[in-house]
Design a protein around this ligand. Structure first.
Ligand code: FA5
Length: 344
């Protein structure tokens, strides 16, 4: 049989085998059988060695042509097998779009975060800048520069957790007043609020916690007056509680403000009649405030003859309790989802 005839026969045989082949593994065997070292095509190549140069050229051409034809046939089969396998997989994985999806629960911010964000929005809208300060604070910033020298009796108002002789967990957010005024270098006006955690050695009860949150506010400028403070506090109270809840300013004492006031809002529980939640006073205290003391302005680089300021420190938990009528401050910290989910 001529070489050409043998090649034709091989091609037919290959075609037949490929038609029957259903698996990739079989395809590899077929390739070895028709194109490998022990294939008939290789035998034909070897047999060429006894031919004349003329015949060699002609036979070589046939054989090379056959090689690329066989390769192309095998590759085509490979592509067809791959496509069939993808089709089969897709058929298996069809989605049933009518099935209900998994039941995800959408979380929400903690109620205290919601209150803080709402107050931040209010103040940013009035041109205030939001500042932060460290929770681990120096005695100098927490007390001394706020007109509370060492051994001053008013330090007893805020029992503290000392970490070392000069370092404590801040008892209020007021040190951020000092930090900001020093940062501004006594030259430009200040208009900031500062939310954050504070710590005191208070005994925990329905309205006191050893760790709670405050929002400090500070405005320093020329011609700042007590009526600016009062107007600002009224805006805060109306923003949170609406116009119908009463606020009252009580004269008070803070070493870092003069004059000083404490601001109370009518109790959410009894609306002013008196109940255990408000200790039968009808009001709950929400913040301390006042005009920044000259000594504090001076210690922070501001000349009190040119600049005046007002400041306030809001208790965030107390605000939330008043807003939503929550009876016990400890509810905020115990992570009971039944409680937290109410504030979506
Ligand atoms: C202060 O902390 C002052 N730094 C506030 C201030 C700032 C006055 C600027 C003047 C100028 P006071 O100790 O009253 O003040 O605390 C402020 C508010 O924090 C209180 O009105 C109350 O709402 C809240 N608060 C105080 N102690 C606790 C506590 N143990 N648990 C929860 N909230 C508290």
């Amino acid at each position: 049989m001529s070489t050409q005839a043998q090649i034709n026969a091989l091609e037919k045989a290959l075609e037949k085998e490929l038609n029957m082949c259903q698996k990739f593994a079989e395809l590899n065997d077929i390739k070895a059988q028709y194109l490998g070292k022990k294939s008939q095509l290789t035998d034909l190549m070897k047999a060429m060695k006894d031919s004349t140069p003329e015949e060699k050229r002609e036979l070589g051409q046939y054989i090379n042509q056959a090689k690329s034809t066989f390769n192309a046939m095998i590759e085509a089969k490979k592509t067809a097998l791959e496509a069939a396998s993808v089709r089969a997989k897709l058929n298996q994985e069809t989605l049933d779009l009518s099935l209900p999806g998994p039941d995800y629960t959408l979380g929400q911010s903690h109620v205290l975060t919601q209150i803080i964000e709402s107050i931040e929005d209010l103040f940013v809208g009035m041109g205030y800048v939001i500042k932060e300060g460290p929770e681990l604070e120096s005695d100098a910033y927490n007390f001394e520069k706020l007109n509370l020298p060492k051994d001053h009796p008013a330090r007893d108002m805020q029992d503290s957790f000392y970490i070392s002789k000069h370092t404590l967990l801040r008892t209020h957010t007021s040190p951020v007043q000092v930090r900001t005024m020093l940062e501004y270098g006594g030259k430009k006006p200040v208009k900031i609020i500062c939310p954050g955690k504070v710590y005191r050695r208070d005994d925990d009860d329905a309205t006191h916690s050893h760790q709670f949150m405050q929002i400090e506010g500070l405005v320093v400028d020329k011609n700042t007056t007590m009526s600016d403070l009062k107007g600002t506090l009224r805006i805060v109270a109306e923003h949170l509680f609406g116009a119908q809840r009463e606020i009252r300013l009580r004269p008070s004492y803070f070493p870092f403000t003069e004059p000083s006031v404490e601001v109370d809002v009518t109790c959410a529980q009894c609306h002013g009649a008196g109940c255990p939640m408000c200790k039968h006073t009808g009001y709950i205290e929400i913040l301390g405030a006042g005009m920044v003391h000259d000594a504090v302005l001076e210690a922070s680089g501001y000349d009190p003859k040119i600049y005046q300021g007002f400041a306030f420190g809001i208790g965030v938990e107390r605000l939330a309790m008043l807003k939503y009528g929550i009876e016990d401050i400890r509810n905020f910290y115990i992570n009971d989802l039944r409680f937290l989910k109410q504030f979506k």
